[in-house]
Design a protein around this ligand. Sequence first.
Ligand code: 48F
Length: 257
Amino acid sequence: MKLDEIKISRAIIESYSEKLMKALDVDVAIVGGGPAGMVCGYYLARAGKRAVLFERKLSIGGGMWGGGIMFNEIVVQESAKKILDEFGIKARQYEKGYYLSDSIETVSTICSKAVKAGLKVFNLLSAEDVLIRGKRVCGLVLNWTAVEMANLHVDPITMRAKFVVDATGHPAEVARIIEKKSGIRLETRSGKLMGEQSMWAEVGEDTIVRNSKEVCPGFYVCGMCANAVFGGPRMGPIFGGMLLSGEKVAKELVKKT
Ligand code: 48F
């Protein structure tokens, strides 16, 4: 059989366009494909929800690939070991309560299982704004990362979601946009974005799960973003809180959608 380059191009364009069209109106839109966003997407998709995830970079995985200082091992505590087990990721006990996993196995397995469960992942797309109607967050404004990087004057596209989840990690990008542009009061002590605190693993891992919740109507935060919004500490290369945080938000949204 002779291979036709035009057929290859047509196949990709048709299939991607169909996938993107379906992503324009969904139950949950997640911004950020780090561990928290991907785990959140997995549990939503597994429950049969229409969930899409937009990731700025070429690869998903966020800050997990590099473990601690590029030593590609991650630590997960006892309370989150069940999530590694759920995904079938190997975990070795280091000391009582401390488990170690290979970060490459962890990222690639979570990604694979999430996509196989039905999560639609769009890499190379950045959320640059939100849609707000009647003081409720109800969608995203998206543009190609390449457009953003080249600083080109190209207008974005929009998509609608019953709920938007900010899983953008330390910068809490979507929450920042909402705070700056909408005037909506966030459900924090100050009503504003509190900013992350210096590293304290024990406290950070605890608060991150409690802080993973709805911040204003239609808008949830999970992962490091949750501590950045509510003023919790960062925690370094321990990832149990990220996994549990994604799971918690997904389970709440399964009930609401
Ligand atoms: O930073 P990231 O891994 O967030 P996370 O899931 O996990 C945090 C840990 O990696 C680590 C830590 C552990 O103790 O603190 O930092 O909370 O992943 C966030 C992803 O969001 C993408 C970004 O490229 C990264 O892959 N992202 C950020 N802003 C946008 C975005 C945006 N505006 N649009 C699309 N993607």
